[in-house]
Design a binder for this molecule. Structure first.
Ligand SMILES: [Zn+2]
Length: 300
C-alpha cells in the first residue's frame, strides 16, 4: 500500500496506557451542541500528483474527494457536528499537512478516507485501520529526533478510543455485508501519525476489483457505507444516530454566478500560452516525495 508503512504489528494494544484515554475521549460535559459542536476532520486521501490506487476508470484521489464531501454533507444535517475537510479540490498534501488541519481545528476525531487496491483477485469490501502503539525512543537523541518521536507517539493516548470507534464501525459495515466483518488492522499508519485526537483510516472498498469499483463509482450521499460511517461518528460523539433527510437544495442562484463570471475573464490565458515545454507549470518544491515512495502494493 503506497500511503503508509507497516512497522509494528501491535500485539499488546489492550495493555497499553489504560487510563490516559479517559481524558482523550470525545465526551464533554453536556455533550456536543449547535453552539459547541463535535468537530470531525475528514481527509480525502491522496490528491494532486498522488492519484492513489486505480481502478479501471476510477482514481482513488477522485473517489475520496467525492466520498469525503458526501460524508461531510451527511454530518452537516446534524447541527451538533462540524465537519471540516482537509482538501476540497485536487490538491496535493503531505501526511503532516493533513493531520495538522485536524490539530489546528482541535478536532475530536480525524478520519482519512481511502479506496485501497489489492493484488488478490476478488478482494472486496471496506477495511479499517488505526494506529499501533509506539514505543518511546530507547536512547535520548538530539532535539529533532525527540520531536519526531513525540509526533509519532501522539496517537498512543488514543488507542482505546480508536479501537472503540473501529469496532463500532466494523459492526455497522458487517451489518451491510450480511455479517461479513471487514478487517480492523492495528498498524503504524503514517497518515494518522501526529493526530492529537482519536483517528482512523477507512478504506471504503477495493478499487482494483471491478465489483467494488462499480459501487464506489456510483456512490451517493445515501450510500449505506457512508451513512454507516456517519452514524458511527454520531455514536462516537455521544449523539443519537438520527440522520435527518437531505435538506432541499437551495433556490437557484444562477444569476449571481453569471454576473461574476466576466470578472475573471480579465486574466489572459497564461497557463496555456506559457506551457511551451509541455510540462506541468507547477512543480512545487515542497512536494511530498515520500508520499509516493512506497508503491509496493498492500497487504490484504
Ligand atoms: Zn489510499
Amino acid at each position: 500500500m503506497r500511503h503508509f508503512r507497516l512497522i509494528i504489528p501491535a500485539l499488546w494494544l489492550g495493555s497499553l496506557i489504560p487510563c490516559a484515554d479517559v481524558l482523550a475521549g470525545p465526551a464533554k460535559p453536556g455533550g456536543p451542541s449547535a453552539s459547541a459542536p463535535f468537530v470531525v476532520v475528514i481527509d480525502p486521501g491522496h490528491g494532486g500528483r498522488d492519484a492513489g490506487s486505480r481502478g479501471a476508470l476510477l482514481l482513488e484521489k477522485d473517489f475520496t474527494l467525492r466520498a469525503a464531501g458526501m460524508l461531510a454533507a451527511l454530518l452537516a444535517r446534524r447541527p451538533e457536528v462540524k465537519a471540516i475537510l482537509t482538501r476540497e479540490a485536487d490538491t496535493e498534501m503531505t501526511a503532516v499537512q493533513r493531520v495538522s488541519v485536524a490539530n489546528y481545528n482541535a478536532a475530536s476525531l480525524f478520519l482519512t478516507l481511502h479506496a485501497d487496491a489489492s493484488w488478490r483477485p476478488g478482494a472486496r469490501g471496506p477495511a479499517i485501520m488505526v494506529a499501533a502503539p509506539r514505543r518511546p525512543p530507547r536512547v535520548a537523541g538530539e532535539a529533532a529526533r525527540a520531536v519526531a518521536f513525540r509526533w509519532q507517539r501522539s496517537q498512543n493516548i488514543h488507542l482505546a478510543s480508536n479501537r472503540r470507534f473501529a469496532l463500532s464501525l466494523q459492526r455497522r459495515f458487517a451489518a451491510i455485508r450480511a455479517g461479513e466483518k471487514p478487517p480492523v488492522r492495528i498498524l503504524a499508519v503514517r497518515d494518522l501519525e501526529g493526530a492529537r485526537m482519536p483517528a482512523a483510516y477507512v478504506s471504503l472498498g477495493v478499487i482494483s476489483t471491478p465489483e467494488d469499483e462499480a459501487r464506489l463509482s456510483e456512490i451517493t450521499e445515501e450510500d449505506t457505507y457512508l451513512t454507516a460511517l456517519a452514524r458511527a461518528v454520531l455514536k462516537f460523539a455521544g449523539l443519537t444516530e438520527d440522520l435527518p433527510p437531505k435538506p432541499p437544495a437551495p433556490a437557484e442562484t444562477a444569476p449571481v454566478e453569471s454576473t461574476q463570471a466576466p470578472v475573471s475573464s480579465e486574466q489572459p490565458a497564461t497557463p496555456e500560452t506559457g506551457a511551451a515545454a509541455g510540462e506541468s507549470p507547477q512543480s512545487e518544491p515542497d512536494a511530498p516525495v515520500e508520499q509516493n515512495a512506497a508503491p509496493a502494493g498492500e497487504g490484504r
